[in-house]
Design a protein around this ligand. Structure first.
Ligand SMILES: *Cc1c(COP(=O)(O)O)cnc(C)c1O
Length: 373
């Protein structure tokens, strides 16, 4: 049996929650959505949460709510999933890549400063693997240059920064509920914010730019009346997904505790080995461990990956520096270089990391990795 790098944990309660919603009056635009939004807002300590169809849609509506448009520049990390940068392009704005810190693999505030121009409008900070970025430094930069901060927390549900939950700190924070993430709704996403104006814009962009809120309407022809005030999308999450998400939330603390236990065991197993660099920790950052990424420094990384695949261990590599993707290379990013990102990419391997990984499976992974190093 293949041990994947990540996977969901669905139990009978989850299935029952979905079945009940299927039998209810609302499959979408019903009460489960607000319940799920409240559960996430409460958990992260944010005023508002807006559920959407996936984590990429969450990033897109966050960029729309931020008012990003052609001519604007947004600074983000190259060591992330392409969606963290694509959402900027969706708005006609320009992603600018700042290099990463070689210890945490998160965006380096010093390089953010170097990449700021008079066109810079926002920073998208990605909490790679679930380890919070240097948010104090990033917020300081944002304050100095009057920039908006969006956190891509697809990896970081349940992570803390200096005692504050990720999702409560910046202008907006986005989450994903893809099956490999901490909790799943199949596909799904959420944006949290403490800003009422941004919240209202997120709601608008999630659903066609249409409002029925009488306090926002420019005129009112009658009870059927609605207005399209912006060019929005259909990025709604369903009640079916929200019911699953709500049920998953009940297990989130357990899922994270288990992920932390797995990370500690990997750290112990590999910390004294020449040829492996374990993930670097920063003071005040409590990682929620979406991924467990090692660097293999003395072996050919590709050979190690192939050998582990041959042992039925589904290791993966996160991430290929975004600007090296053919689309980016052929759209103005031909000469972009982030040396730290390119160096670690050569060495990265993501080991199996998910709550349902058994002790026996993890022992097997550790043994196979040690044999190859
Ligand atoms: C998963 C992920 C996304 C996209 O989320 P989807 O729900 O798959 O659209 C965005 N950013 C990062 C860093 C991710 O890991």
């Amino acid at each position: 049996m293949l041990i994947p790098y990540g996977r969901q944990w669905i139990d009978e309660d989850d299935i029952q929650a979905v079945v009940e919603t299927l039998k209810s009056d609302y499959l979408t635009t019903g009460p489960k959505i607000a319940e799920f939004e409240k559960a996430i807002a409460d958990y992260v300590g944010a005023e508002y949460a807006v559920g959407v169809s996936n984590g990429t849609a969450a990033l897109h509506v966050a960029c729309l709510a931020a008012g990003l448009q052609k001519g604007d520049e947004v600074i983000t990390s190259p060591i992330t999933f392409v969606a963290s940068a694509n959402c900027i392009l969706y708005c006609g704005a320009t992603p600018v890549f700042a290099d990463i810190d070689p210890v945490t693999y998160n965006i380096d505030p010093a390089d953010i400063r170097k990449k700021i121009t008079n066109k810079t409008k926002a920073i998208i900070a990605v909490h790679f693997t679930g380890q919070p970025c240097a948010m104090n430094e990033i917020r300081q930069i944002a304050k100095e240059y009057n920039l908006l901060v969006i956190e891509d927390a697809a990896h970081a549900l349940g992570a803390d920064y200096n005692g504050k939950r990720i999702g409560s700190i910046s202008d907006m924070t986005t989450f994903s509920f893809h099956p490999v993430k901490h909790i799943t709704t199949g596909e799904g996403g959420m944006i949290t914010t403490n800003n009422k104006e941004l919240y209202e814009r997120l709601i608008l962009y999630r659903s066609h730019g249409i409002t029925r809120d009488t306090s926002l309407l420019l005129s009112n022809d009658g009870p059927w009346y609605y207005e399209q005030q912006e060019l929005g999308y259909n990025y709604r999450i369903t009640d079916i997904q929200s019911a699953l998400g709500l049920s998953q939330m009940k297990k989130l603390d357990f899922f994270i505790a288990r992920r932390r236990e797995i990370a500690e065991k990997y750290n112990e197993a590999f910390k004294d080995l020449d040829g492996i660099i374990i993930p670097g920790q920063k003071e005040g950052c409590n990682n929620s461990w979406h991924l467990y990424v090692i660097q293999v420094t003395e072996q050919d990384r590709k050979k190690v990956v192939e050998a582990l695949h041959a042992k039925n261990i589904g290791v993966n590599v996160h991430y290929i520096p975004v600007y090296t993707q053919p689309y980016y290379r052929s759209h103005g990013y031909k000469d972009v270089i982030c040396p730290n990102a390119e160096k670690v990419y050569q060495n990265f391997i993501s080991l199996p990391m998910y709550a349902k990984l058994t002790n026996d499976e993890q022992d097997y992974v550790i043994k196979q990795v040690k044999e190859l190093i």
